[in-house]
Design a protein around this ligand. Sequence first.
Ligand SMILES: [Zn+2]
Length: 418
Amino acid sequence: MLNGYHSHRQVTQIRAIIWSGDAMATKKRIQNSFIILLAVFYILASQQLFADQDNLTAFINAVLIDGTGAEPVPKMAILVKGIRIFKVGHVSDMTIPLSASRVDLKGATILPGFFNSHVHAAHDERKLKRWSRGGVTTVKEMGNALGSHTGLRDRLLKDNRNARLIIAGPIVSNPGGYGTWHVSSPKDAKEKINDLIDKGVDFIKIGIEDRQGLKSWPLINGKLVNAIVETAHSRGKSVSCHVTRSKHLVLALDGGTNSLEHMVYDELSDSMIERVVQEGVFWVPTLELWKNVSEQYGDWILRNAVTNLDRFVKSGGKVVLGTDFAGFNAEFDPGMPITEILLMKQASMTPMQIIVSATRNAAQLAGVIKDLGTIEPGKIADMIVIRGNPLTNIKILGEVKMVIKSGEIIKNEFLDDL
Ligand SMILES: [Zn+2]
């Protein structure tokens, strides 16, 4: 029973006691008055917990997919207080305060807001709004040529309708190498990485690349990679390495990277898969990039990337969803990355594995798992609602009906649709 009804019934009972006392003895009346006082006190006390919380919203009757990989649970309620999730539980077990506004989701599915963990050109209000409306409430900007851009990020973050923006600043590399923030020695690396972190970047991206088509670059060396990663980690920042071919994986892994960006498109050896799995390094496959590249340079590129991802996942590898939006001269999905999702499915990932790659795993890699990535008490309330079961029809992830960001409903096409 919901507390609202419960309290109402109690109040009615109290009124009945007050108005039916005429025939009672005085002693009995005093006893009853005492019971009334106790009852009133009980009701007030039970509401007291919420007395100073005006901003309560209860999302009820939802099928919950919480982002941890746990099976969906029907008839759930999520109580949001301010920007955070306060309680999660079965509707029949949960006390919902009278002051809470109720949103009846009528059996729709609620999931954590998705991350697209590999995008470019994201310092753009229109794009950030399209992402959030599509259900992608956080994007990771993986490097741009223009510098660290932290002031603009901070301004964009002030509008709650914009997707959250987590940024690398410029891509770090050796002089002349694949990137725009060049470090020439371990000492120089330490200074320049500290400088980027002082400027407020959220993580560090290293470019490990010597050739793409007809273009070539001098390759970064291990000493520089080690110094970059060490400095970033000493400041509590994660490191992502751009790698596209197997032979460069060792540089990233020896250096201690947190993620590999782009699935390699040559044949990945079993021993290398085993090493990445053993070391718990996340892989962000960006299959939508490889699809776009394949359309110009040959199907084999995407085919190899899909096969490598399939083998990596079957070996227990940890995947994070990212597309490389705007990283290649072709169209990318602007909101929910449905092309990437379908390609991940093609690589034999289950719908649940795909969901976890865009929620919990993404938040872990980004270092924000304390606040985001799952629907659990204490987390910031970034949630999306779809009608139907994405585990049997993954495509419906492309039809997000409601988006809640920091506890606020920023899109609601759900009620119109009933
Ligand atoms: Zn990229």
